[in-house]
Design a protein around this ligand. Structure first.
Ligand code: COA
Length: 269
């Protein structure tokens, strides 16, 4: 592999965009180049109307081996300021840019997922894993702590006993266990991972883009708000949806179809 190899690959499958972390020889460990490239990629996809759902995966045998330990903890010639900036970017692209991305995101965990890779999974809205993928909060084995957004990600998605057991032991586990503890939605056979994930992505991509965006926003912010604030926020978002519909950004034919008896979403398939 040459230095010109892009650290992130982007591929479209109709309205679904597949973003691949592309440092397979380093098991997609997140270094400065990969972090900057993910920030650029997500900023581009945010404005791309052709992209309705984003799938994030890894090239080669790993999903993401966490932070690049050699680059982050080794000596380098960065100034203190540029190092601080990098550490901030390394966290923010996951917990802010990805978590609040205005389109649905799915982590497709194709292999090893360690350390910082956990928050990449958690910051996506949904996750599908190869059932044989290996996961681990291995920081404790390096006499370290889960860095950046990982602790908050674990607190957000896992039950306290599971989060602490994994963080305090660093025990590795597989995709089926990840499904049992709710870290991923489903664990499937490796040869079905892509088809299964794309089927889910296309099912979601067929929904109304504005309704998807606001559904996600209402959920994400509700988790941080009390009931009254959440209801007020939801009401404001309902008005925003009406405004987007009036603007031609979204369509309200579905409600008209329901009123006319042409649409019954709860009917058996
Ligand atoms: N940071 C920097 N480099 C990493 C890395 C990381 N987090 N994870 C893997 N690599 C590098 C290895 O050093 C090796 O580089 P080299 O070829 O220059 O020696 C290369 O990726 C391949 O790793 P290898 O261990 O040979 O691959 P594997 O397929 O046998 O095992 C892992 C894959 C992910 C299980 C193993 O590399 C591993 O345990 N990595 C550490 C993961 C981790 O604990 N991350 C949390 C960080 S706090």
């Amino acid at each position: 592999m040459t230095d010109n190899t892009p650290p992130v690959l982007i591929e479209s499958d109709g309205p679904v965009t597949i973003v691949t972390l592309n440092r397979p020889e380093k098991r997609n460990a997140m270094n400065a180049a990969l972090i900057r490239s993910m920030i650029e990629t997500l900023e581009t996809l945010r404005a791309d109307n052709g992209c309705r759902v984003v799938v994030i995966t890894g090239a080669g045998p790993a999903f993401c081996a966490g932070m690049d330990l050699k680059e982050f903890f080794g000596s380098d010639d960065r100034t203190a300021a540029s190092r601080e900036r990098l550490i901030q970017d390394a966290s923010e692209w996951r917990y802010r840019l990805l978590r609040q991305f205005p389109k649905p995101t799915i982590a497709m965990v194709n292999g090893s997922c360690f350390g910082g890779g956990f928050s990449l999974v958690e910051c996506c809205d949904l996750a599908i894993s190869d059932r044989e993928a290996r996961f681990g909060l291995s920081e404790i084995n390096f006499r370290h702590i889960p860095a950046g957004p990982v602790s908050k990600s674990m607190a957000s998605i896992l039950r306290p006993r599971d989060a602490l057991l994994l963080a305090l032991t660093g025990r590795p586990f597989d995709g089926e266990h990840a499904q049992r503890i709710g870290l991923v939605n489903e664990a499937v056979a490796g040869d079905q991972l892509l088809a299964h994930t794309l089927a889910l992505a296309h099912e979601i991509a067929a929904k109304d883009a504005a309704a998807l965006r606001l559904t996600k926003e209402c959920y994400r912010y509700a988790t941080e708000m009390d009931w009254d604030a959440s209801l007020a926020f939801n009401a404001a978002k309902s008005y925003e949806l009406l405004a987007r519909q009036a603007n031609g950004e979204s369509r309200d034919e579905a409600v008209l179809d329901f009123r006319a008896g042409r649409l019954k979403p709860g009917a058996p398939a």
